[in-house]
Ligand binder design. Structure first.
Ligand SMILES: CC(C)(COP(=O)(O)OP(=O)(O)OC[C@H]1O[C@@H](n2cnc3c(N)ncnc32)[C@H](O)[C@@H]1OP(=O)(O)O)[C@@H](O)C(=O)NCCC(=O)NCCS
Length: 295
């Protein structure tokens, strides 16, 4: 009797199936971030995997080959807009077409829904090849906020449960699509959620959420720059951590003020869209996203 030989071959990368990720994949996603030299950002991954749809490929050797998250916005059967974020391919599998395949998959899944993302210089050539166009730029700034200068006349206060429906409406006006599933998660996700108020009307709001050793300011939505200054200063008054935020470069006055108060430039991301010439909503009141991974 001869022994039969079982030959186990490793499947080619191109044959590994793309599957939906769930909250159970949180640690594998954080491992992938770490593999690419990004912070683990488990708190952020947790939000994105809950509010959005994760896609990934399992590595037969363990862990993930690749991952990304697509967050849909709008109230209809199909989203009005999808934001793509956290596009990552493990270093050991880089430059072998995995990122292209994953992106083609999510673009095809989105059908006719317009897409947006913030591209790092690494990702940008791939997105351009797929037809994404640059429509704007955001600047990432980081540092310990130094209070000082004239006291703002704009009043701010912590948001309460009763404010939430107003924030959802204000956010929809400014973002251009309904984000109820994200905004209603902010009280649990963020360490602080504050509103600016004038004459009993909410004129802006901002969240401060923990990310590794920093506190991220975002979303930052306000009627004008003076209101953003009051919101940022009031958030900063209750944290010792460095702040980080990603400001649309068209909001020069805010960027200048943040730099005067101790934050420095870390880099730029290109805002890209697919299937629409520009983002909906009102950019003049949209100062910083919740995260570049979700818009
Ligand atoms: C960006 C990233 C996802 C690309 O994944 P990938 O599987 O390595 O990319 P692919 O092999 O599918 O390459 C697709 C195209 O992207 C471009 N590209 C990918 N990596 C590149 C690099 N290091 N330098 C320049 N161009 C690059 C090339 O145009 C490439 O096509 P080519 O290989 O035929 O020339 C991956 O490099 C990564 O995880 N980087 C770190 C995290 C990051 O920056 N993510 C993007 C967030 S927006």
């Amino acid at each position: 009797m001869s022994d039969s030989l079982t030959c186990v071959s490793t499947p080619a990368l191109a044959d590994l199936p793309i599957r939906r990720l769930t909250h159970r994949d949180l640690h594998a996603c954080a491992d992938l971030s770490e593999d690419r030299g990004w912070p683990r950002e488990e708190h952020k991954w947790g939000l994105l995997l809950a509010a959005g749809k994760g896609y990934g490929i399992d590595d037969p050797e363990g862990g993930l080959v690749t991952a990304c998250v697509v967050t849909g916005y709008g109230t209809g059967d199909r989203p009005d807009l999808c934001a793509i974020g956290m596009v990552l391919v493990a270093e050991r599998h880089a430059r072998q077409g995995v990122g292209r395949r994953l992106m083609r998959h999510v673009v095809a899944e989105a059908g006719t829904t317009p897409l947006t993302l913030y591209a790092t210089p690494y990702g940008r050539p791939l997105y351009e090849e797929l037809g994404f166009k640059v429509t704007g730029t955001s600047e990432m700034v980081r540092g310990h906020f130094r209070a000082g200068g004239p006291c703002s006349a704009v009043a701010t206060r912590p948001a309460t449960g009763e404010d939430l429906s107003t924030l959802v409406r204000l956010d929809e006006e400014v973002f251009g699509a309904d984000r109820t599933h994200l905004i209603t998660r902010l009280p649990a996700f963020a360490d602080q959620l504050r509103v600016a108020e004038e004459g009993g009307r909410i004129t802006g709001y901002a969240a401060l959420w923990p990310n590794m050793d920093t506190h991220v300011v975002g979303p930052l939505v306000a009627r004008d720059t003076e209101t953003t200054k009051a919101l940022v200063a009031s958030l900063a008054a209750h944290t010792d951590r460095p702040l980080r935020t990603d400001v649309d470069v068209r909001h020069e006055a805010l960027l200048t003020w943040l730099k005067e108060h101790g934050l420095t430039s870390v880099g730029f991301n290109a805002v890209m869209t697919y299937g629409t010439p520009d983002l909906p909503g009102d950019w003049t009141r949209r100062f910083a996203p919740l995260t570049v991974a979700a818009g």
